[in-house]
Design a protein around this ligand. Structure first.
Ligand SMILES: Cc1cc2nc3c(=O)[nH]c(=O)nc-3n(C[C@H](O)[C@H](O)[C@H](O)COP(=O)(O)OP(=O)(O)OC[C@H]3O[C@@H](n4cnc5c(N)ncnc54)[C@H](O)[C@@H]3O)c2cc1C
Length: 237
């Protein structure tokens, strides 16, 4: 049986491994972390620009908030996030899964896309960095208060994470949570010159995010099967 060695057990690697097994290859995944999943892994930590908020309010029946998607809200008073004026905020309410918060309480996530260069520069001065995170926290609380009056005094836990947080935990390029912006750089070659039988599968080589990473793993196996003149199988049935 032909062997396939996969370096990295992120979604792309795991996807490549699944399709390799389905197509009769002997796949070996080498992951350097003690958990598979890559950027999907969760970490226990003390503390992106993402602000996670735990509130002592039951927001599960809120018509707009009670859904698993990010809702976009226009702000009466714009806020400054990492040197950029934001007139809207995206809020995601995790009430769709009761395990995210104790009964009667709620977990919200507010996320902003910002330039990582801004954070990289501020990071050189730890006090400045801490202060800027505090500024983000204050700005987000004031904007949440515009949307959910009374929430300010009900916040029990709040955590601000920046692109630097992502670099610290994942070393992902520029603290990006996904790959390149869709449409910006597509069709990156999956191979490297002079390196035989080597293929790249990950969020950076096709469409970004989980679907992009998973489908890139699948595409590689499709390529290998084509090269081996085998019918590509996509199910165990
Ligand atoms: C906070 C956050 C939120 C996100 N939200 C979403 C979302 O809502 N929707 C969405 O579609 N996507 C989301 N993403 C993006 C998505 O998680 C990633 O695009 C996807 O997981 C990337 O998978 P990957 O396999 O390409 O890379 P990675 O997950 O980075 O996997 C690479 C793996 O290779 C391992 N590795 C690296 N070098 C070596 C080596 N030399 N030897 C052995 N192992 C090695 C790493 O440890 C890692 O496990 C989010 C990401 C983050 C961080």
């Amino acid at each position: 049986m032909k062997e396939i060695v996969i370096i990295g057990g992120g979604i792309a690697g795991l996807s490549a491994g699944c399709y390799a097994k389905m197509n009769g290859y002997d796949a070996h995944i080498f992951e350097m972390h003690n958990l598979p999943g890559g950027l999907c892994t969760s970490w226990k930590r003390k503390g992106y620009t993402q602000v996670s908020v735990g509130v002592n309010m039951d927001l599960s029946s809120d018509a707009n908030l009670s859904n698993s998607v990010y809702y976009l809200y226009e702000l009466d008073k714009p806020i400054m996030i990492a040197g950029e004026e934001k007139k809207h905020i995206h809020i995601k309410n995790y009430a769709f899964d009761q395990t995210f918060a104790p009964k009667g309480k709620s977990t919200l996530v507010v996320a902003f896309y910002v330039e990582s260069a801004y954070w990289e520069q501020i990071y050189q001065d730890k006090e400045k960095y801490k202060q800027e995170k505090q500024n983000v926290e204050t700005a987000v609380i004031s904007s949440l208060e515009q949307i959910i009056p009374g929430i300010k005094d009900k916040i029990e836990v709040i955590d601000v994470s920046t692109p630097m947080t992502l670099i610290r935990y994942t070393n992902n390029w520029q603290g990006s949570i996904m790959g390149f912006i869709n449409g910006l750089i597509l069709n990156i070659p999956r191979t490297l010159p002079k390196l035989k039988n080597f293929y790249m599968a990950c969020q950076w080589v096709g469409d970004a995010g989980l679907p992009g990473a998973a489908s890139s793993g699948r595409e590689i196996l499709e390529l290998i099967c084509k090269k081996d003149k085998k019918k590509f199988i996509t199910s165990n049935a």
